[in-house]
Design a protein around this ligand. Structure first.
Ligand SMILES: Cc1cc2nc3c(=O)[nH]c(=O)nc-3n(C[C@H](O)[C@H](O)[C@H](O)COP(=O)(O)O)c2cc1C
Length: 191
């Protein structure tokens, strides 16, 4: 079942979901296995068609699922999910197969796409891998086209983030190091 407030985002606006540099959770499934990991190194890459990049270390189980299915989701966790984000970014499914349950991750299916999404996030982008074996092998750098996107309509609507009026718990997380994040702050508008 889809969560409340789960609303589509036009693909020409989907880059805005990443433009402010949030920490993300990467999720994927392949051959009946589902997993998710945290990633600070995700970035918007192009407008049309929208593309992103994300760094997926060779040691991660999630990377193997991405390589197997060529499909993954990038989603933006919120302030109440800070501990979850550290948890699934510290434990690996390689050694902790039940890490998602351990850290309270609830998955739901992306509408019409074979990829799991993490409930409670502010926005979700489903991405199709653009194979670049050299980048992947040399830099752990994965490039993908965004093929679908959704956001929680309370915090992103009409192509804009509405952090000022949205519930505070929908603020996104921005990772520093050592378990420390900043929650996104005030809007600064230059006209
Ligand atoms: C906040 C945070 C950000 C992280 N960013 C990245 C990243 O950008 N790329 C990466 O490969 N690993 C990153 N990690 C580490 C992975 O999330 C970690 O290796 C995870 O255990 C992999 O899980 P898996 O093996 O179950 O896929 C990050 C961890 C945390 C806590």
């Amino acid at each position: 079942m889809l969560p409340d407030h789960f609303t589509p985002v036009p693909l020409d606006k989907s880059y805005r979901l990443l433009n402010h540099g949030p920490t993300v959770i990467v999720s994927a499934q392949h051959a009946g296995e589902r997993n998710a990991m945290s990633a600070a190194w995700a970035c918007a890459l192009d407008f049309a068609p929208p593309k992103i990049s994300v760094v997926l270390d060779k040691a991660t189980r999630t990377r193997a699922l991405v390589e197997g299915s060529s499909l993954f989701a990038v989603q933006l966790p919120t302030v109440p999910q800070a501990a979850l984000t550290v948890g699934i970014g510290t434990d690996s499914a390689v050694t902790e197969p039940h890490k998602l349950v351990k850290h309270g991750v609830q998955l739901f299916d992306a509408p019409g796409l074979a990829v799991p999404l993490v409930a409670g996030c502010a926005a979700w982008l489903v991405c199709k891998l653009i194979p670049e074996p050299h980048n992947q092998q040399s830099y752990d750098l994965f490039i993908a086209e965004v093929v679908a996107a959704w956001a929680d309509e309370r915090v992103f609507r009409n192509g804009h983030w509405e952090f000022g009026s949205a519930p505070a718990e929908l603020r996104t997380l921005h990772y520093v190091a050592g378990g420390q994040f900043f929650a996104i702050g005030e809007s600064v508008l230059v006209k």
